[in-house]
Write a protein that binds this ligand. Structure first.
Ligand SMILES: O=c1ccn([C@@H]2O[C@H](COP(=O)(O)O)[C@@H](O)[C@H]2O)c(=O)[nH]1
Length: 242
């Protein structure tokens, strides 16, 4: 199934949720996989990949889990292409749109027409940034939603399959980038939960209704007093929004 067609299909909520394994060791990661057996899609980010190495991908694969390798590659084109060539058997992986057209095209080209290639996502604007940081720290002379859109369009023009964006921008990106552009949203917080270091958040139901294909939800589930109940609650909220 082409992932971008999820919204047109009756895909249950659980298959649209990705839970990050933001832990330092393989044991800790596999502990979560056992504790939340209904989670089918796990995200491996920098902390776990640096701490546990590629073995974590093998372990997840052996358990028939889908994998989002979220390394947010951002380097010169040759280096990013080399890293992409080394990636095997993951469903999704990330590069930074801010790496520019040549870097994005190098990432796409690195996979060639490999049938098992991951869907490539470009991070548009990190969900931990707000308009003030974009303007006064990064000195980007565009409004944040416009910049996020430009980053997504750059990625799409480079042949990237989709973008990581805040739910706040997902409706606009969906409208402009089209129905087949995969949109994956972190920065999702059930009502009343702690936003932590996230800055541009919406609830799971709002994010799905706005056009997200997948939601990435970590701490509201894993830091909840009862993570299984928190997971089930998010699934119910998303199911009701579909
Ligand atoms: O813009 C981005 C890109 C990636 N992330 C990642 O998503 C999860 C979010 O975890 P929470 O605990 O739900 O905040 C985390 O692994 C980030 O690395 C993001 O938050 N924003």
């Amino acid at each position: 199934m082409h992932m971008a067609n999820l919204r047109q299909l009756a895909v249950p909520a659980a298959d649209r949720l990705i839970v990050p394994l933001d832990v330092p060791t393989l044991d800790a990661a596999m502990g979560w996989v056992e504790r939340l057996p209904d989670v089918t899609f796990w995200k491996v980010g920098l902390e776990l990949f640096v701490g546990a190495g590629p073995r974590v991908l093998t372990e997840l694969r052996q358990r028939q889990k889908q994998i989002f390798l979220d390394l947010k590659l951002h380097d010169i084109p040759n280096t990013v292409a080399g890293a992409c060539r080394a990636v095997d058997a993951v469903e999704l992986m990330t590069v930074h749109a801010a790496g520019g057209m040549q870097m994005l095209q190098a990432a796409v080209a690195a996979f060639g027409d490999r049938g098992d290639r991951p869907r490539l996502l470009a991070v548009s604007v990190l969900t931990s940034l707000d308009a003030r940081a974009l303007a006064f720290e990064l000195r980007v002379p565009l409004e944040l939603p416009d910049y996020a859109l430009q980053m997504a369009l750059l990625a799409r023009d480079a042949g990237i399959d989709g973008a990581v964006c805040s739910p706040r921008e997902v409706a606009q990106l969906r409208e402009v980038c089209g129905k087949d552009f995969l949109l994956v949203c972190p920065g999702v917080r059930p009502r009343g939960s702690n936003i932590g270091d996230q800055r541009r958040v919406m609830t799971p139901a709002e994010a799905i209704r706005a056009g997200a294909d997948y939601l990435v939800i970590g701490r509201p589930i894993v830091a909840a007093p009862d993570p299984v109940a928190a997971w089930q609650q998010v699934c119910a909220e998303v199911d009701a929004a579909l």
